[in-house]
Design a protein around this ligand. Structure first.
Ligand code: KET
Length: 474
C-alpha cells in the first residue's frame, strides 16, 4: 500500500467512485453538499480518469516508482495524461517529419503556416511602448476599467440597454477560460441552482472548468452525427426537462467542436424556452468575428437575450479574434436586472478573484483597449479579422474540392456548411490515429480539425490522408 492509496483523498475518491457514474452525465453532487465539499469531491474526481477501475492501480503508482523517486514525498504522484487538445501540440512538437501538420489547437496560422500577430496589435503595442507615462502598477481586482467598458460594448453593442442602464458588470479575467471559471465560482457561491447544462459535444475544458468551480455538470443534446447538423428537437426537449433555474452554457457563435450554430429563428426558440423555464443563460463567446467575419453578426445570439430584459452571463475571449492567445485577455460580464444588483454582484466577483490570482495582467488588456478606443485601429482590426475568417472559409472550400476531386467516399458538404475555426469531420478515433501515424497529421481524437491551421499548400496532404483513412480504416 502506498501513500496515495492510504491517503485521505484517495479514500474519498474510492468511496465517491462507487456513487458516481463517470462522464458528463454522471457529474453530479448531492445538493446538500457545501461548496467546499463539492470542490473537494470535484477535485478528487478530476484526479482520477473515468476509465480507471481503482484509484490505486489506475494511478499507475507502483509501476511509476523508479529508484530515483525513492524518498520523494511526491513519489506517489501518478503521471497524468496530456490534455486532449493542448496535448496534440505536445505530440506534434515531438514529430520530426517535414510534412507534419498541426490541426489540433484552435490557433490561427497564415498561408505560410505561421502564427500571426495582427498588424493592428503591433501598432497598439508600439503606442504602449512609446507612452513613457505608462507604469506597471497592479490593476484593480476587476482589471482595467476602460477595457471592461469597451469589451461590454463590443459584445452587447454600443447602445445596448444593459450598458445604458448600467446594469451589467464586466470584469477583466484570464482570457475565456478564466472568465468561465470566475463566472462558475460566482454562481456556485451566489446562485440558487448549481446545475449547469452543457452541449454534447462541447469544448473539452467546459466540464472540468465548471466542475472544479463547484457546479454540477449535466448535458443537453446539440449535435446529430447522422445529419451532421443541429439536433434542435433534442436540444429543446433537454432544456424543457431541465430543472427550473438551471444554468445553460451556450456557445455564442462558431460552436466548438462542431461548427454548427443555430439559425436566428432557432436562437429565438431557444431564448423563449430558456426564459419560459426560468433558466440562466451563460454564453461562452470565444470566437466573436470568426464565424461570419462580422463582429455584430456573431454577437446576435447574446444580444437577443439582453434585449428581452432578462439576465445572462457572458465569458469573452480575445485570444482568437485579436490573436492574443498567450496574453490571456478576456472579460466576464453579468447582466442584471438593475444597476444596484450589478454593483453588488461586482463586489462579490472581487471576492472570487482576489484569492484566485489577485488581479489580472495589464499588457494584453491595454492592447485591446487601445484598439477598441481608436476608430482607425478598430476599423483596421475588423479588416484583419475578416481576412482571417475569409481565409478559413476559403480553406473549407479547398478541402471540400480536394475530397471531391479524389472521389473520397462519403458526403463532405458539412465541411463547407460548418462555420468558425473547426470542421467536425466525422472521422473516428481509429481514422484519426491512422492519419497521425501514416501522414503526420495531428488533430483531436474526436475528428475535429482546426481549419485555421490549414493552408493551400497543405490541403492536398490532408485530403490524401482523409481519403486513405476512410478507404482503409473502418
Ligand atoms: N471557449 C471555447 C469554446 C474555446 O474553444 C476556447 C479555446 C476557450 C473558451 C478558451 O480560450 P482562451 O484561450 O482561454 O480564451 N479553445 C481552443 C484552445 C484551447 O483548448 O485552450 C481549442 O479548442 O483548441
Amino acid at each position: 500500500m502506498n501513500k496515495a492509496c492510504s491517503g485521505q483523498i484517495s479514500a474519498r475518491v474510492v468511496s465517491e467512485r462507487k456513487e458516481m457514474n463517470c462522464g458528463i452525465h454522471g457529474v453530479s453532487f448531492s445538493s446538500s453538499a457545501t461548496p467546499s465539499e463539492r470542490r473537494l469531491s470535484a477535485l478528487a474526481r478530476h484526479l482520477i480518469s473515468p476509465s480507471e477501475s481503482c484509484s490505486c492501480s489506475a494511478s499507475g503508482v507502483s509501476a511509476s516508482i523508479t529508484s530515483s523517486d525513492v524518498g520523494s514525498v511526491f513519489s506517489h504522484v501518478a503521471r497524468a495524461p496530456e490534455d486532449p487538445i493542448l496535448g496534440v501540440t505536445v505530440a506534434y512538437n515531438k514529430d520530426s517529419s517535414p510534412v507534419k501538420l498541426n490541426l489540433g489547437v484552435g490557433a490561427y496560422r497564415t498561408e505560410e503556416g505561421k502564427p500571426l500577430v495582427l498588424n493592428v496589435v503591433r501598432k497598439a503595442e508600439q503606442q504602449l511602448v512609446n507612452n513613457r507615462s505608462r507604469v506597471k502598477e497592479y490593476l484593480p481586482i476587476v482589471g482595467l476599467a476602460e477595457f471592461n467598458k469597451l469589451s461590454a460594448k463590443l459584445i452587447f453593442g454600443v447602445d445596448s440597454p444593459c450598458i445604458r442602464d448600467n446594469r451589467v458588470t464586466t470584469v477583466q479575467c484570464l482570457s475565456g477560460t478564466g472568465s468561465l471559471r470566475v463566472g462558475g465560482e460566482f454562481l456556485t457561491r451566489h446562485y440558487h441552482q448549481r446545475i449547469i447544462y452543457i452541449p454534447v459535444p462541447t469544448w473539452g475544458n467546459h466540464p472540468k472548468v465548471f466542475t472544479l468551480a463547484g457546479l454540477s455538470v449535466k448535458s443537453y443534446r446539440y449535435y446529430d452525427p447522422i445529419t451532421r447538423g443541429l439536433d434542435f428537437k433534442g436540444l429543446l426537449e433537454d432544456l424543457d426537462s431541465a430543472p427550473s433555474g438551471a444554468i445553460v452554457l451556450l456557445h455564442a457563435c462558431a460552436h466548438n467542436p462542431t461548427g454548427v450554430d443555430p439559425s436566428i429563428q432557432q436562437w429565438e426558440q431557444i431564448r423563449q424556452m430558456i426564459r419560459s423555464k426560468g433558466l440562466l443563460p451563460f454564453f461562452d463567446s470565444a470566437y466573436q468575428g470568426f464565424a461570419s467575419g462580422n463582429l455584430d453578426k456573431d454577437a446576435q445570439s447574446v444580444r437577443m437575450f439582453v434585449a428581452d430584459g432578462g439576465e445572462c452571463i457572458v465569458a469573452q475571449s480575445f485570444a482568437k479574434n485579436m490573436g492574443l492567445y498567450g496574453e490571456r485577455v478576456g472579460a466576464l460580464s453579468i447582466v442584471c436586472k438593475t444597476a444596484d444588483v450589478a454593483g453588488k454582484v461586482e463586489s462579490q466577483l472581487k471576492l472570487v478573484i482576489r484569492p484566485m490570482y489577485s488581479n489580472p495582467p495589464i499588457h494584453g488588456a491595454s492592447i485591446v483597449a487601445a484598439i477598441l478606443r481608436d476608430r482607425t485601429l478598430y476599423d483596421e482590426w475588423t479588416i484583419e479579422l475578416k481576412a482571417m475568417a475569409d481565409r478559413i472559409i476559403s480553406m473549407r472550400h479547398q478541402l471540400f474540392n480536394a475530397l471531391r476531386d479524389r472521389d473520397t467516399p462519403g458526403d463532405w458538404s458539412h465541411i463547407i456548411k460548418q462555420i468558425g475555426m473547426f470542421t467536425f469531420t466525422g472521422l473516428n478515433v481509429r481514422q484519426v490515429s491512422f492519419m497521425t501515424r501514416e501522414y503526420h497529421i495531428y488533430m483531436t481524437a474526436d475528428g475535429r480539425i482546426s481549419m485555421a491551421g490549414l493552408s493551400s499548400s497543405t490541403v492536398s496532404h490532408l485530403a490524401d490522408a482523409i481519403h486513405a483513412a476512410v478507404t482503409h480504416v473502418a
